[in-house]
Design a protein around this ligand. Structure first.
Ligand code: NAD
Length: 299
């Protein structure tokens, strides 16, 4: 009887381990193009496309976010350092959209890491929302482990739902993960056709962690060259889409969530219209060949 029980337990554990591994390796395949969301490793769903708010200030920020929400965008990326959490929160409340249908990401900056508990409460106060969907650490810095643990505590208290990292690469992740308790749900890094970072993306996805790309269009000051790239323009003409839409779609097909920034109403809408076409394997390959390992910024 005891032997039967042990055999059963072993089979059960093998199935469990195998399933977890398959799930972890399948982050890219988990993108649901019908719901336009992906399930994170903690069970929460995050939209596949959103709006970034870096350099959007005051009324420009408020109006852009409200307009984006009114036109189907459900994911907003802000940060303490962007100095616009208040405007983001006000737009969320004024949109009258169910809070549970909106996903807000904000970030702690390294100068907040030594007093992260206060920084979390400040972010909640500025956003003036019941909870924050996801808090990221902006980039590695002194006391980042302690700051991360403060976020873990805030998750237990219901102030934050998910935790993630930004500007963490393979070495940084290998050093950091053994020191914390909750595996990050997401890593946000610079990703665009001139800085594809495929090895890092695949490493993060292999851990069951979602990948989100900042500077999807190359970033402010750089997007002109990318949006005028000859190969991308050729592909855009073929699908009757804009170059921006081709880049965003290429990201989604690689399993990368996108948060293009814009205050231009036409662009805000254009950046959501990326679900009614699919890039062929050949065109995905042509874009992959544009990589120059050309980083446009560090943070
Ligand atoms: P981006 O690559 O999204 O490019 C934005 C530029 O492209 C803007 O000038 C915008 O006017 C233009 N643009 C947007 N949509 C367009 C379209 N359809 N056609 C033509 N032009 C278009 O750069 P970004 O906004 O700086 O980055 C995206 C977001 O990533 C930021 O807003 C921010 O939320 C986040 N971010 C995070 C970090 C980090 O360290 N974690 C760093 C930078 C940015």
């Amino acid at each position: 009887m005891k032997n039967i029980f042990i055999s059963f337990l072993l089979i059960f554990m093998t199935v469990l381990i195998f399933n977890n591994k398959a799930e972890a390796n399948n982050m890219k395949g988990n993108f649901n193009f019908n719901t336009k969301t992906v399930k994170l490793n903690n069970g929460y769903e995050i939209p596949l496309n959103g709006i970034g708010t870096y350099s959007l200030l005051n009324d420009v920020c408020y109006n852009s976010i409200l307009y984006a929400l009114q036109n189907g965008v459900r994911l907003i990326d802000t940060a303490y350092i962007y100095n616009n959490e208040e405007e983001v929160g006000k737009a969320v409340r004024d949109s009258k959209i169910d809070r549970k249908d909106i996903f807000i990401i904000t970030k702690l900056y390294p100068n907040q890491y030594n007093n992260a508990e206060k920084a979390i409460n400040d972010a909640l106060k500025k956003l003036n929302v019941e909870y924050i969907d996801m808090m990221l650490l902006h980039h590695p810095g002194n006391n980042d482990v302690e700051a991360y643990k403060a976020i873990e505590k805030a998750i237990k208290e219901g102030k934050i739902r998910s935790v993630g990292l930004s500007n963490w690469y393979i070495k940084e992740l290998k050093d950091f993960i053994p020191k914390i308790n909750i595996i990050p749900a997401l890593v946000q890094n610079e990703i665009h056709p001139y800085y594809q970072d495929t090895e890092v993306i695949e490493y993060i996805q292999s851990l069951g962690i979602a990948v989100q790309g900042w500077y999807p269009l190359g970033g402010r000051g750089h997007q002109k060259e990318l949006l005028n790239d000859k190969v991308l323009k050729d592909i855009a003409a073929k699908y009757n889409k804009s170059v921006a839409q081709i880049i965003l779609r290429w990201n989604l097909q690689r399993g990368v969530i996108v948060i293009p920034g814009s205050s231009n109403r036409q662009h805000i809408i254009e950046n959501t219209e990326i679900y009614d076409f699919e890039l062929s394997d050949d065109d995905m390959k042509r874009i992959s060949e544009l990589n120059r390992d050309e980083k446009h910024d560090w943070y």
